[in-house]
Design a protein around this ligand. Structure first.
Ligand SMILES: [Zn+2]
Length: 339
């Protein structure tokens, strides 16, 4: 998390370092679209429930055609099962509708996040309702699950949810801890293998230079979150693709209620282009690998979004709309680009 945004007036989030890097940062920040013309993006990890309609519009304008919203915590612990139920229902309901109003195909993963696994009484109740939601249309995996503090309770519910994923033949989206990352990542993979999950069904998320080699060597998908200001910036991401190629690697924004950047993928694609990464490698890490890994759920049909969704803002969801009084609905049938 950023402590003081004023120290980075150019935002970026994504860059620290030489003046040349800062200049590139400025160029990507303001003009990334000049480098990403015609590209389409798939963000496999973004918490849109926490974002605004402006973000949806910006994503659509930048070429993001599909997204996956993993279930996670709200920034504070839930106090009862009903909150989980309503949240899961909103991911397959209202939020998906909201996304469709901007021409973006919305999928989600459903799971008990690691932090709230530590409330065991509530965790037991959540486990009971997971199978119901995992069967819903557009649910492309179990996630995001894994370790936060690496407690015994976290391990217990991580294991239980791996079993559930195996039973239902769904991909798993694994959140790796920010503290003790190397150890937590290795442990997450070892436990998944112990439960007999095929590595190609498991996406290990929030990787860095320290974890990527082992994740790829063991056959898992390796996802990278482009965090603003520190951690995994997109300069570093370019170096990783230069070193490891594009096989089973994907980038995501993990944008949520904290300081984050929903446009992290198109901006990273622009930087990769500037740095000489091939178009086919860019396409793999910003679109294809996310699609391939989560399409193993049987829930994703690329034809649904590759040419854009029909936008009809006159539609309603349970009587509710994204429009406010007096606004004219936009109806762009057969339109790829939204303006
Ligand atoms: Zn997340």
């Amino acid at each position: 998390m950023c402590q003081n945004p004023n120290e980075h007036p150019l935002n970026p989030s994504h860059f620290e370092g030489s003046s040349e890097e800062k200049q590139t940062a400025q160029e990507v920040e303001g003009g990334f679209a000049a480098y990403t013309q015609g590209m389409k993006f798939f963000d496999p990890h973004v918490h849109m429930t926490s974002r605004t309609t402006d973000d949806y519009q910006a994503l659509a304008d930048a070429g993001v055609v599909a997204i996956i919203e993993p279930a996670f915590w709200l920034g504070q612990p839930r106090t009862g099962l009903a909150s989980f139920k309503d949240y899961f229902a909103s991911l397959v309901g209202w939020e998906r509708f909201r996304s469709s109003q901007f021409g973006i195909k919305h999928y989600c993963t459903i799971g008990l996040n690691s932090r709230e696994a530590n409330n065991e009484a509530l965790a037991e109740e959540v486990m009971d309702i997971l199978p119901l939601f995992l069967q819903k249309e557009g649910v492309v995996g179990v996630g995001e699950i894994g370790f936060d503090d690496q407690t015994a309770a976290e391990e217990k519910y991580y294991r239980a949810q791996l079993e559930l994923a195996k039973e239902m033949n769904l991909p798993v989206q694994v959140h790796t801890p920010h503290r003790d990352k190397k150890k937590g990542t290795e442990r997450s993979m070892a436990i998944a293998l112990e439960h007999g999950l095929a590595p190609h069904m498991v996406v290990i998320d929030h990787n860095n230079e320290e974890t990527v080699k082992s994740v790829l060597d063991q056959g898992f998908y390796a996802a990278f979150t482009i965090y603003p200001f520190t951690k995994m910036g997109n300069e570093r991401m370019v170096e990783i693709v230069k070193q490891y190629g594009s096989e089973r690697i994907m980038v995501n924004s993990a944008a949520d209620w904290g300081i984050s950047d929903p446009l992290a993928i198109p901006k990273t694609a622009a930087l990769m282009k500037i740095k000489g990464i091939s178009d086919s490698d860019i396409q793999k890490v910003t679109y294809q690998n996310a699609l391939d890994s989560f399409a193993q759920s049987g829930q994703i049909n690329e034809a649904d979004f590759i040419h854009g969704l029909e936008i009809d803002q006159s539609l309603k969801f349970n009587g509710n709309t994204v429009l406010r009084g007096g606004q004219a609905p936009r109806v762009d049938k057969n339109s790829i680009f939204i303006r």
